[in-house]
Design a protein around this ligand. Structure first.
Ligand code: NAD
Length: 261
């Protein structure tokens, strides 16, 4: 139980990759604060289930990752309840697919806020405690789109490239304090975020659903397979280990070879 006695916040963890990471940390003994949107009863079932299954404390914060003050409040709440935040995973994210000329202004602002600025706000609030305790792990869920672009995803690609820069900067500022900061860059993982972009991609590219899955999504991945949430959680867990203490400022692809091409 490598993470026994540690506490983690995983943003955007009511679904998909974040949920898998939160569960992996709890399984390894960490107290976790989950966050994100969804039906209240389903979230409460998940929260209570984590406590029961893994014997840790699990809290839920409904903080909106587009609101800096709410993010600072979430970090303060976790610090108060757990005594510390040792691990911060900035994972919440949304997608929107449209040609740049037609890209809705409010979608641009929302994606920059949730996918990029939220990590700044959370790190700003959590890093002082980590530095004081001389131990911390900051993990940002970026994307293959932190390294390469795709058409029709201007806001997402911009935010994810920004996250890569933030990760490297924080790694340097925290390097002598036992705190690492890394970005995980998944390729396509089958989650609601991917499923929801299929109709817009069908429209933007004039394709059928099957064509989008095979010719756009899996086309990008030499393995021709989706990455799984468990694989991403496995990497997020490894980055918390002592064996990973020299990995910092790294932008780590987990993308079936996508960005090798
Ligand atoms: P998902 O839609 O399953 O989960 C997204 C989570 O973020 C949900 O819990 C949702 O409630 C939460 N969220 C959305 N807006 C929020 C807000 N304003 N405040 C708080 N929480 C909010 O998606 P996912 O695929 O698991 O994505 C998680 C992260 O992984 C994102 O940052 C995404 O960009 C990244 N990612 C996903 C893929 C993929 O193929 N699925 C690939 C690379 C990177």
């Amino acid at each position: 139980m490598m993470l026994q006695g540690k506490s983690a916040i995983v943003t955007g963890s009511t679904s998909g990759i974040g949920l898998a990471i939160a569960r992996a940390y709890a399984k390894d003994g960490a107290n976790v604060m989950i966050n994100g949107f969804g039906p209240a009863d389903a979230i409460e079932r998940e929260r209570a289930g984590i406590e029961k299954e893994f014997g840790v404390k699990a809290l839920y914060s409904g903080a909106d990752m587009s609101n800096g003050a709410a993010i600072a409040g979430m970090v303060a709440e976790a610090q108060g309840a757990f005594g510390a935040v040792d691990i911060l995973v900035n994972n919440a994210g949304i997608q929107f697919v449209a040609p740049i000329e037609e890209f809705p202004l409010e979608k641009w602002d929302q994606i920059i806020a949730i996918n990029m600025s939220a990590a700044f706000h959370a790190i700003r609030a959590a890093l002082p405690g980590m530095k004081a305790r001389k131990w911390g792990r900051i993990i940002n869920t970026a994307s293959a789109h932190a390294l390469v672009a795709s058409p029709f995803k201007s806001a997402y690609v911009t935010a994810k490239h920004g996250i890569a820069g933030l990760t490297k900067t924080v790694a340097l500022e925290a390097a002598t304090f036992g705190v690492t900061a890394n970005a995980i860059c998944p390729g396509y993982v089958w989650t609601p975020l991917v499923e929801k972009q299929i109709p817009d991609t069908m429209q933007a590219r004039n394709m059928t659903r099957e064509q989008v899955i095979n010719d756009v999504l899996l086309h990008a991945q030499p393995t021709k397979q989706f990455v799984t949430v468990e694989e991403v959680a496995g990497l997020a867990l490894f980055l918390c280990s002592d064996a990973a203490k020299s990995i910092t400022g790294a932008i780590l692809p987990i993308d079936g070879g996508w960005t090798a091409e």
